[in-house]
Design a protein around this ligand. Structure first.
Ligand code: ATP
Length: 284
């Protein structure tokens, strides 16, 4: 038996850090949505009791460090499943980019194995399992658009933002999510983006207001460490993107664009700055 699952990338339309908690995690407020750039997972049932991960991408771990492996192990142990699985990851989402590629693979593994092994686990329970794997995994289990609070695992679904083009550009640098969060000083943040104002803009279907209200407090940290991310933002604005923001802890920068006629010019202009540029649709 074989199953396929898509694992889309996410972007943060807003990300605020409220405070550092006693358990070391940060209390956050984020509005996240999915874009049409996805890894593809092929899950094949194995009669023997093992979990095998393969991928065409040479740059991700294929052992127990892989989040898809961890997701498979978790669901298999928790539900006492005897058979095994081979998961092939066709990676398309750039790695360590702020696009939750690994988290989305983990979430797609939970969804796929729920079907493959006919476990009938309800979505909320899959999200609870996901929270054991990482803060972004519960959102990736159901996707759509959501307000995420707590350490990112408490979700309130909200409507999707108006459909638009999303141009993603990842500069060739590595950003450690842990390092970025480690450098944030919540009490020194001058301007906090507002989740409620972004939610209002989305609910009103007001594309201009969504663009105007984009905000991510992690930008200050990453932009200081990597000035090329700032240059990329400026280039995207100059080329005519309607709204521009860094996603998650970066370094990927995304631009929202309403008019298709602008997309090719922005895409081609950015290719002069970095090799990894994608023009995709937001997901509805
Ligand atoms: P987030 O936005 O949730 O912080 P990210 O997009 O910055 O995530 P990922 O692409 O998930 O980062 O990769 C982060 C690290 O996780 C990489 O260093 C990679 O080696 C490891 N990793 C484990 N499993 C996977 C996977 N299935 N796909 C990609 N990276 C993985």
């Amino acid at each position: 038996m074989k199953m396929y699952e898509k694992a889309p990338a996410k972007i943060n339309l807003m990300l605020d850090v409220l405070r550092k908690r006693a358990d070391g995690f940060h209390e956050v407020e984020m509005i996240m949505t999915m874009v049409d750039l996805a890894d593809r997972l092929e899950l094949s049932e194995l009669k023997r009791d093992s979990i095998i991960i393969s991928s065409q991408a040479g740059y991700i771990p294929l052992d127990e460090k892989n989040l898809a492996f961890q997701a498979a192990r978790l669901i298999k142990d928790r539900y006492n499943v005897k058979s095994g699985v081979h998961i092939h990851l066709d990676k398309r989402i750039p790695v360590a980019a702020g696009l939750a590629g690994g988290s989305s693979d983990a979430a797609a593994t939970l969804r796929g194995l729920n079907r493959l092994w006919r476990l009938n686990i309800p979505a909320e329970e899959l999200q609870e399992l996901g929270a054991e794997l990482g803060s972004d995994v519960p959102f990736c289990v159901t996707g759509g658009t959501a307000l995420a609070t707590g350490r990112g695992e408490k979700l309130t679904p909200i409507p999707n933002p108006p459909q638009c083009w999303v141009i993603l550009a990842k500069p060739p640098i590595n950003v450690s999510t842990a390092e970025v969060y480690g450098s944030v000083r919540a009490n020194q943040i001058a301007v906090h983006p507002s989740a409620s104002r972004m939610q209002e803009a989305i609910e009103a279907g007001d594309f201009g207001a969504v663009c105007a209200r984009l905000g991510n407090v992690l930008e200050d940290v990453t932009l200081k460490l990597h000035p090329e991310v700032q240059q990329l933002k400026e280039a995207m604005v100059k080329l005519g993107a309607d709204g521009v923001l860094m996603s998650g802890s970066g370094p990927t920068v995304f631009g929202l664009v309403s008019k298709q006629s602008k997309v090719a010019r922005i895409y081609n202009g950015l290719r002069g700055f970095c090799k990894e540029v994608y023009a995709v649709r937001s997901l509805t």
